[in-house]
Design a protein around this ligand. Structure first.
Ligand SMILES: [Fe+2]
Ligand SMILES: [Fe+2]
Length: 333
């Protein structure tokens, strides 16, 4: 058998999983399977009553609509990037097994936003075109779409140092920036409603998504660090400077997005807190991929780290009863 490598092994080899070499990839895969969920399991009745009643201010509605607009399409960009850009170049079977699981989760997430829009009777045309119509959303999306496009060039490969560096840049752009920074002010906004016991159906869906996304982020960081460890020549001072600059630019885009969602502050949140929060999480991401921290900002939302670990939310799973079809429950007649 050819030696297992994260990149630059045979692209079309049989996916021979065992023996595992990258146990972390398999663990992330099992972890993803343990967290399986579906949007329709979450009851939306209370949210519908709140949305249609007079309980939400125009500013609160704006936050909800902007985030539905951003996430509904951003999820599809992540899925596209896995299928069109990452899968071909990650040549390790256990990582590919994880990528298949992640791609399915991104489909669930896209589905989730359609389910919410439909449940609340929102204007789909308005929500699903925000990626074009709202500048601060378009800015974030274009930033990541450019990274997918670079890898779709038919000449692209990871055999050269330059190619492998571009690939690492794509992984940082999606795992660290899109799923690790661009998603997080939206998570904090939507979970703030949940903390006030309002729009709890949406809150619960965002909590499921946040749990999935934190696994995606952890896989991405292991993959990036693994590729760099196996290919130390890619980790040049130039690449490090380029990645740091990209993350800095992403922080500005994310702060602009938060300001646009919350021009006047609601829910005890305001744009200044988001500046700190986005800078705080950017520092955490930088240190995990071995880059110097940049901001030193405090974390204004310490409750977010609790929200990531759902086990701490005692009653979370008691709101719905879920029964999965087991093979015994399937009928063949
Ligand atoms: Fe997602
Ligand atoms: Fe994701």
């Amino acid at each position: 058998m050819t030696e297992k490598r994260l990149i630059n092994a045979d692209v079309v080899d049989v996916n021979q999983l065992m023996p595992l070499k990258y146990h972390w990839a398999w663990e992330h895969y099992l972890n993803g399977n343990r967290n399986h969920w579906q949007p329709q399991e979450v009851p939306m009745g209370r949210d519908v009553a709140t949305w249609k009643g007079g309980d939400l201010s125009p500013a609160e509605r704006r936050v909800i609509l902007r985030n539905l607009g951003f996430f509904s399409t951003a999820e599809s960009l992540v899925a596209n990037n896995i299928v069109l850009a990452i899968f071909r170049h990650v040549t390790n079977p256990e990582c590919r097994q994880y990528l298949l699981r992640q791609a399915f989760e991104e489909a669930i997430h896209t589905h989730c936003f359609h389910y919410i829009v439909e449940s609340l009777g929102l204007d789909g045309e308005e929500i699903f075109t925000m990626h074009r119509e709202v500048n601060t959303i378009a800015g974030k999306d274009e930033f990541d779409m450019a990274l997918t496009a670079e890898l779709m060039d038919s000449d692209f490969n990871t055999q050269t140092v330059e190619g492998a560096q571009k690939f690492v840049e794509n992984l940082v752009g999606f795992y660290v920036i899109m799923e690790g920074i661009f998603f997080y002010s939206g998570f904090a906004m939507m979970l703030s409603f949940h903390r006030q016991n309002r729009m709890t159906g949406i809150g619960q869906q965002f909590q499921y998504i946040l749990r999935d996304e934190s696994t995606h982020l952890n896989f991405g960081i292991d993959l990036i660090n693994g590729i760099v460890a196996e290919n130390p020549r890619v980790w040049t001072p130039e690449l490090r400077a380029r990645l740091s600059a990209k993350i800095e630019r992403a922080v500005e885009l994310e702060i602009a997005y938060a300001e646009d969602c919350l021009p006047h502050g609601i829910l005890g949140l305001n744009a200044g807190l988001f500046r700190d929060y986005v800078q705080h999480i950017a520092d955490r991401r930088l240190e995990r991929i071995g880059l110097p921290v940049r901001y030193g900002s405090p974390n204004p939302f310490p409750w977010m780290s609790e929200a990531i670990d759902l086990k701490k939310e005692k009653n979370f799973f008691e709101t719905t009863v879920t029964e999965y079809q087991s093979s015994a429950a399937l009928s063949w007649d």
